[in-house]
Design a protein around this ligand. Structure first.
Ligand code: SF4
Ligand code: SF4
Length: 189
């Protein structure tokens, strides 16, 4: 039957030449390619003994920042989750109780905040969307795991330790800081 596309054609079965039949030229050609690669610069490195230098704009594992007094900056507004193209972020908001002012900067905070690292594409849009300077991407790596659940990072892994702050100054270039000094964006400071 004639196919609808009319793109069919009869496949020829040409006879092999003498040199093709003895396979020797093809084998020598293959070996020469292998030998050439011995002397080329290797594309691989011996990780983890050797490590590559990261690009200055590398975006890795997120951090949820605390303010200067040690209180969590995140106010569970959800803007990062809305901005996330991979729908990797989920959170549950809660209201700050009396006496918790030192723990949470605003009256609303994230009781649960999770990022699914298997969904995340490390685009940085959550960082750009955050009006509270609460979330940043860093040059840290997401650890390997044997279990998918292990890639859902909660506050225990995301919030920085009060006594071991994560430096995000590289993410705040002079241009970014200048932009944030604009009075319309002053809440970002
Ligand atoms: S880096 Fe991009 S993909 Fe990952 S959580 Fe943030 S917005 Fe979503
Ligand atoms: S990280 Fe920023 S954008 Fe996301 S919920 Fe917290 S305050 Fe809002």
């Amino acid at each position: 039957m004639q196919p609808l596309t009319g793109r069919s054609r009869v496949v020829e079965n040409p006879k092999m030449t003498f040199w093709e039949k003895i396979y020797l030229p093809a084998i020598l050609g293959g070996i020469s390619i292998t030998i050439r690669h011995f002397f080329r610069r290797k594309a691989t490195i011996r990780y983890p003994e050797q490590q590559r230098k990261f690009s200055p704009v590398y975006r890795g594992l997120h951090v949820l920042k605390r303010d200067d007094n040690g209180a969590e900056r995140c106010t569970a507004c959800g803007l990062c989750a809305v901005a996330c193209p991979a729908e990797a972020i989920t959170m549950t908001a809660a209201e700050r109780e009396n006496g918790e002012e030192k723990l949470y900067r605003e009256e609303k905070y994230a009781a649960v905040y999770e990022i699914n690292m298997l969904r995340c594409i490390f685009c940085g849009l959550c960082e750009e969307a955050c009006p509270k300077e609460a979330i940043f991407l860093t040059d840290r790596l997401v650890s390997t795991d044997f279990n998918r659940d292990g890639f859902v990072y909660g506050k225990d892994k995301l919030v920085e330790a009060a006594d071991n702050r994560v430096d995000v100054s590289k993410r705040q270039t002079p241009e970014v800081l200048k932009f944030k000094q604009h009075k319309n964006h002053s809440h970002n400071l």
